[in-house]
Design a protein around this ligand. Structure first.
Ligand SMILES: Nc1ncnc2c1ncn2[C@@H]1O[C@H](COP(=O)(O)OP(=O)(O)OP(=O)(O)O)[C@@H](O)[C@H]1O
Ligand SMILES: [Mg+2]
Length: 242
């Protein structure tokens, strides 16, 4: 189980209300894609889940426990995150994959196993991360997140900097992870074709509000809200429609 619940979640900074009254349940074991115009609040929403920021209103629960009641290191172990640009530190591939477990005192993880999961052979172990292609580096970022044995994976546009072939590899890899490891996956994308391909459910955010949440096929075939229709048709940008 690794179900995520948002209860009336809001996030404000000094000037702006960035997220407003988000209430939704993300059931365990599926891929949820988050879509919405640039600036809608998608990245802010997922940053709340592993407490890179905290809500200014409402609560977020994982398996019915408020995430503020979970030790933050434990929370971030349980919830892996992958960003648009591969997030790696200088050093070898193996150093990067070993890092998370090392923080917990585990020094003997099987690096090859995690390389294998992301479809890279053992020769990558000693490669310097600076020498990797964007697609390879993104696969190492995923391997690094997986080495913590997370239950939830948050993906913030993980393929938007990649070419179509690398995008396909990452999509297949993540879909495979969902099936094999039963991870709960929340995936932000601007690519509607990708959202249709990978998502079991679609979450549409506009102007900091949850507009629509539905089974992906139904959302795209028959969006319930006028704003969703405009967005799918490429006719909505931030702020145009409240
Ligand atoms: N640290 C911050 N300080 C002030 N404003 C911020 C901060 N981070 C985000 N914002 C603002 O909050 C709003 C939502 O930003 P967010 O990054 O969540 O959007 P997004 O939906 O992920 O957009 P994109 O698709 O372009 O990545 C934007 O108006 C942005 O300018
Ligand atoms: Mg974003």
């Amino acid at each position: 189980m690794n179900e995520i619940k948002f209860i009336n979640v809001g996030y404000k900074d000094a000037e702006n209300e960035i997220l407003k009254g988000i209430t939704m349940e993300i059931p365990a074991g599926y891929i949820h894609t988050i879509i919405g115009p640039s600036g809608a609040g998608k990245s802010t929403l997922i940053k709340l889940v592993n407490r890179l920021i905290d809500p200014t209103e409402g609560r977020i629960l994982i398996d019915n426990t408020d995430i503020r009641d979970i030790n933050i290191i434990e929370l971030r172990r349980r919830i892996g995150m992958v960003f648009q640009q591969a997030y790696l530190f200088d050093g070898s591939v193996a150093d990067n994959i070993k890092y998370g477990p090392m923080l917990k005192g585990i020094n003997n993880i099987d690096v090859k196993h995690y390389l294998d999961i992301v479809g890279l052979d053992a020769s990558y172990m000693n490669r310097k991360v600076d020498d990797l292609s964007g697609g390879e580096a993104q696969r190492i970022s995923i391997a690094r997140a997986l080495a913590n044995e997370p239950e939830v994976l948050l993906l913030d546009e993980p393929t938007s900097a990649l070419d179509p072939a690398s995008t396909q590899i990452i999509e297949d890899l993540i879909m495979n992870l969902k099936d094999k490891l039963k991870l709960t996956i929340v995936w932000i994308t601007h690519n509607m074709e990708q959202a249709k391909r990978v998502g079991d459910y679609t979450i549409f955010i506009n102007n900091g509000c949850l507009v629509e949440y539905g089974v992906t096929k139904e959302f795209f075939a028959n969006p319930k809200s006028e704003i969703s229709k405009l967005f799918i048709d490429g006719k909505l940008t931030k702020g145009e429609v409240a």
